[in-house]
Design a protein around this ligand. Structure first.
Ligand code: LLP
Length: 436
């Protein structure tokens, strides 16, 4: 019998036959082992710490249940993510509401559902939130008021794709970490401290995503401690919470070693502890928000090979998915690895290009991968698609969004059903005047 690729104890060819392709397959065991690493190597190692999964990487109601069972918090960034979490029964007090342009409706939903904190991105949002919170009730005790954290852009360069840098000054996120009176950040702190409706917990930064060095994270912590000291001196404000964001990288190839969380968190916590001691500041509570790191390498995508073309020395392997289910190669030049799931042990026969099926020259999933001779009907497995694939999928070319299957120890369950053509039409309507 020919060995097939196994994922979470399941035969990938069988999965492809049962649920069809393209198919996202997530190994629950890997996700849970990442959560266990967070507990042992961060929460258990450092006092006054907390971790929230950045759900933008991958969120369904089932995923929210796993995160809940693992005892972590959830970072949500929109009404839709918040609603998903609530519908999954995720405890609201463990949710952090993010977003760089939250609507009034989203802020009202966050307040009404009692999320643990709202990460405020700018002054205008702060004023609106203060007004909305004031409409409900104004508990005299600050601790009972909705808690906010101010997002700060620490102005560090994390060496990643320019689209994935978020902590630079002059970017669209947060309040720049500028010194001195009259800066936007000082104004925001002054406003928040004088509010009767909300309470300021501290600061948040997120330097960027898919980062493999820890210098930028560490430098951001250093700068934040200087900021905390300044805020304490100027306003008498003691920072109770400092949120380090996420950004911890995951290598493209499954053969490369997993980057331990401690590589980032030990470095940041060490510097935070030292710098706080040196300045005689109380070390605040620390939150991290890993997204990709928790879920990326748990995921693979299965495709069926539809066509093979040999042109001018290049072999194009055309599959039944592409930028609609994984826009990352065309958006960021992201690299992926693949194998033939129905013949993983066959010897390589040369380099090929894996071409997506969308009507775009740029829809190339992998530019250069060594594969055995491939033919129509083969099942291709692309690794490392657990993060920012399903969550960024589109219906371009009216391609239905693939199903998501959760596998563990030889069991497979559906997390999300494949969209049907009718699902895609469900919002369409034909105006009366067009019906002739
Ligand atoms: N916290 C905040 C405030 C964030 O903005 C992000 C990601 C995270 C945490 C989680 O970052 P992670 O640990 O996943 O790197 N679509 C891009 C990634 C954009 C990430 C944006 N913010 C991609 O596919 O690579």
């Amino acid at each position: 019998m020919v060995a097939h690729l196994q994922w979470g104890g399941m035969d990938c060819v069988e999965l492809a036959h049962i649920w069809e392709t393209p198919l996202y397959v997530l190994d629950e065991g890997i996700i849970r082992s990442r959560c266990a690493e967070i507990r042992s190597d961060f929460l258990g190692r450092w006092a006054k710490t907390w971790a929230c999964y950045a759900s933008k990487a991958f969120l369904t109601t089932g995923m929210a249940c796993i995160v809940d069972q693992e005892g972590l918090g959830l970072d949500v960034v929109s009404g839709g993510e918040l609603y998903t979490a609530i519908r999954a029964g995720f405890p609201p007090y463990r949710i952090k509401m993010h977003g760089s342009a939250k609507s009034e409706r989203e802020l009202r939903l966050a307040l009404a559902s009692g999320v643990g904190s709202i990460i405020v991105d700018g002054l205008m949002e702060l004023e609106l939130l203060d007004a909305l919170a004031g409409e409900v009730r104004r508990p005299p005790d600050r601790r009972e008021r909705p808690r906010i954290v101010l997002r700060v852009a620490p102005g560090v360069d994390p060496h990643t794709h320019s689209f994935l840098i978020t902590g630079q000054t002059g970017g669209k996120f947060g309040l720049p970490l500028e010194d001195g009176e009259g800066s936007l950040l000082s104004e925001a702190v002054r406003f928040a401290l004088s509010s009767k409706s909300i309470t300021l917990g501290g600061f948040h930064f997120h330097v960027g995503s898919q980062i493999f060095e820890n210098h930028a994270h560490v430098e951001a912590v250093r700068r934040m401690v200087v900021c905390m000291e300044r805020m304490q001196k100027t306003f008498g404000f003691k920072t109770r919470e400092l949120n380090f964001g996420g950004g911890f990288g995951v290598p493209a190839s499954p053969d490369k070693p997993h980057v331990p969380l401690r590589f980032f968190t030990d470095a940041m916590m060490g510097v935070l502890t030292e710098e706080c001691e040196a300045r005689n500041l109380e070390r605040p509570y620390v939150t991290i928000e890993p997204g990709r790191w928790l879920v990326s390498d748990a995921g693979i995508t299965l495709y069926t090979v539809e066509t093979v073309k040999r042109l001018d020395g290049v072999t194009y392997v055309g599959v039944d998915g592409g930028m609609a289910d994984n826009p990352r190669p065309s958006l960021y030049g992201a690299e992926y690895c693949a194998i033939v799931a129905n013949r993983p042990d066959d010897p390589p026969a040369g380099k090929v290009v894996i071409a997506g099926r969308c009507c775009e020259t740029g829809d190339i999933l992998i530019r250069d991968v060594e594969l055995p001779a491939v033919t129509r009907g083969d099942i291709l497995a692309v690794f490392n698609t657990g993060a920012y694939n399903f969550s960024m999928a589109s219906n371009y070319n009216r391609l239905p969004r693939p199903a998501v299957v959760l596998v563990r120890d030889g069991w497979a369950d559906l997390l999300v059903a494949r969209q049907t053509w009718d699902d895609m039409l469900s919002g369409d309507s034909i105006p009366e005047r067009l019906l002739r």
